[in-house]
Design a protein around this ligand. Sequence first.
Ligand code: 13P
Length: 255
Amino acid sequence: MRKKIVAGNWKMNLNLPEGLELINEIYNGAPELNKNKEIVIAPPFIHITQAASQLSNMEHVHLGAQNCHHEAAGAYTGEVSASMLKSAEVEYVILGHSERRQYFHEDGTMLAKKVNQVLSNGMKVIFCCGEPLEIRDAGTENNYVGTQIEEGLFHLNADHLANVVIAYEPIWAIGTGRTASSAQAQDMHAHIRSVISAQYGPDVAASISILYGGSCKPSNAAELFACPDVDGGLIGGAALKAEEFLAIVAAIPAN
Ligand code: 13P
């Protein structure tokens, strides 16, 4: 059975004391979850070592990072490598977020290298995909997202893909308050699963978790998470308040 995951992407928000306080609130408020359900928090890099020690006793809250460099090491001033993240007890790395694709010009070739760095260092990838509004308006979102997945992931074999979670985040829904309807989310998630199935077969496709992201909040999480191909969420703004984030965690269906 595939995992249900609620992951918080803090983006560039909260200073260190604020971040540690939020982790504390999540630590104190997070429910006991069974093995099929996970909470992930992805704070900024600078919070990570202290976050790891705060979370060290908590089995069901996992630590994520928001990015890593595509090379293993070297003269890349200001960058952070996958092996540094691994050594700081990071378990998940978010890659290919639309903000990184847009503002930092990350393309499929670079993302495929980042995916390799994360997996070869024994961590898991949360691989983001999603179309801008003009692509949705043109009705070509399935092709667009399919190409992102092909470019970023199809060089992997099925064993490596088992350590990848996909997050569908339509750009027009990120930070806009305009959530995809549950029908739009389900349609795209089913399409993504069919793209995986065509390349890796139905068993691999059935076992990969696909999260929805984009203005997910307590009021719409239960409906989105009830869709058969939606396996949880990647949460931005609502992950910055423990009460809202934990209410979204509570919306994960029982089975
Ligand atoms: P919002 O939840 O703020 O729309 O952000 C979604 C997102 O980009 C998570 O990675």
